[in-house]
Design a protein around this ligand. Structure first.
Ligand SMILES: [Zn+2]
Ligand SMILES: [Zn+2]
Length: 400
């Protein structure tokens, strides 16, 4: 059994010193939401706030990304704390004093709160910089909601995880699937890799009365759908969480014409890189071989920029669970597998760490709407726990 000797609650007084300011920052960003890759004002607020704490700041990292570096006393390790900062194309339906002023754009996923909590943590950590052996790198990333290219990769390519080299990355997401007072996470795979798939089948069109003189792409396509669905049930371990769905099929123009081509699209969701590549290969072989068998040809493409599986390092996560369980007022629960994808996975694949969820659903306050809803809002009284969790993790891992 692992023991965490650190008193995890000792920084709560410092968090409370900054609590009003943290909520003020959250509301300011909430009022002025910016879409993926356009987080200019948000980045400016972040950079100015970090500088006011005497933290070294780099702006425009891989786009609008901002990095703050707080140097530790020996600098032998560097811990990365990550927050995303983009909003969504959603028309806000909340009637709150901090309602979005940018019509049709809304912080409906809590990234405004992510920024505010990490800035609060930066305040407290900078105040206690003499207690930190390792460095702390604050990673504010653009475009998490993009779903494809995303903001993490351009930041990594711009050197975000070097000079100094980041050993571990940690981050958190507000999630209204979980009630106030909870932090949810799990070791190993936590969030899915959402691949999207396109299949084109080329046949030979002709008269509907004379199929023998055609290569019917609709017939070939129907065989392919059945066979592709067989992959999950016959070739993948039944205990593996996998979904394969063909969600669109387009072909043909008229009742008496056999068309030339058919196109279909779908989604493949996996939690395991080996299973993911196994399915890709099986889909490829199945589609190609069935097409050849019927005299047709096929093109298959997987959009190759899907976010990878979000993977929590098991050993580190065990320590994080112990650590966060020590916070008064917080219960750590098992998140189970989540089918969403997360750009943080790109940081975690380079610098193993943990990603966890802060519950802010509060039935009593009517804060019941899920992330991405036009009525989504967070319980601001619980942001202090998110800030404290960043601080605890940073203090523990930078002094290990
Ligand atoms: Zn989101
Ligand atoms: Zn989000």
């Amino acid at each position: 059994m692992l023991s965490i000797s650190m008193d995890v609650n000792k920084y709560m007084a410092d968090v409370m010193e900054y609590n009003n300011k943290m909520i003020e920052i959250r509301r300011k960003i909430h009022e002025n939401p910016e879409l993926s890759y356009n987080e200019f004002q948000t980045a400016k607020i972040i950079a100015e706030t970090l500088r006011s704490f005497n933290i070294n700041v780099k702006e425009n990292v891989g786009g609008t990304g901002v990095i703050g570096l707080l140097k530790g006393t020996d600098g032998k390790t560097t811990i990365g704390l990550r927050a995303d900062m983009d909003a969504l194309p959603v028309l806000e339906e909340n009637n709150v004093e901090y309602k979005s002023k940018n019509n049709g754009v809304m912080h409906a996923c809590g990234h405004d709160a992510h920024v505010a909590m990490l800035l609060c943590a930066a305040y407290v950590l900078s105040k206690h910089r003499n207690e930190l052996k390792g460095n702390i790198k604050f990673l504010f990333q653009p475009a998490e909601e993009d779903g494809g290219e995303g903001g993490a990769l351009p930041m990594i390519e711009a050197g975000a995880l070097e000079n100094p080299h980041v050993d571990h990355v940690f981050g958190l997401h507000i999630l209204n699937d979980f009630p106030i007072g909870t932090i949810a996470l799990k070791p190993g795979p936590e969030m899915a890799c959402p691949d999207s798939l396109k299949i084109m089948i080329h046949g030979k069109g002709g008269h509907g009365s004379d199929p023998a003189n055609t290569i019917d792409p609709i017939f070939v396509g129907s065989q392919i759908i059945n066979a592709v669905y067989g992959i999950r049930s016959r070739y993948i371990d039944q205990k593996e969480p996998v979904t394969i769905s063909i969600c669109s099929v387009h072909s043909g123009t008229k009742d008496n014409i056999i068309p030339d081509d058919l196109i279909m699209g779908g989604t493949v969701r996996t939690f395991n890189e080996n299973i993911r590549s196994k399915i890709k290969k099986l889909v490829n072989d199945t589609v190609k071989n069935i097409s050849i068998a019927y005299g047709a040809s096929a093109e298959i493409s997987f959009k190759d920029n899907a976010y990878p599986v979000t993977y929590n390092d098991p050993e580190i996560t065990e320590e994080v669970v112990k650590l966060l369980s020590g916070i008064n007022g917080i219960k750590v629960v098992d998140s189970g597998l989540l089918l969403g994808g997360e750009d943080v996975s790109r940081f975690l694949n380079k610098a193993p760490g943990t990603y966890y969820f802060l519950g802010t659903k509060n039935d009593a306050k009517g804060l019941i709407y899920s992330n991405h809803s036009s009525k989504f809002d967070v319980d601001e009284d619980y942001l202090k726990f998110g800030a404290l969790s960043h601080i605890d993790i940073a203090m523990y891992f930078a002094n290990k």
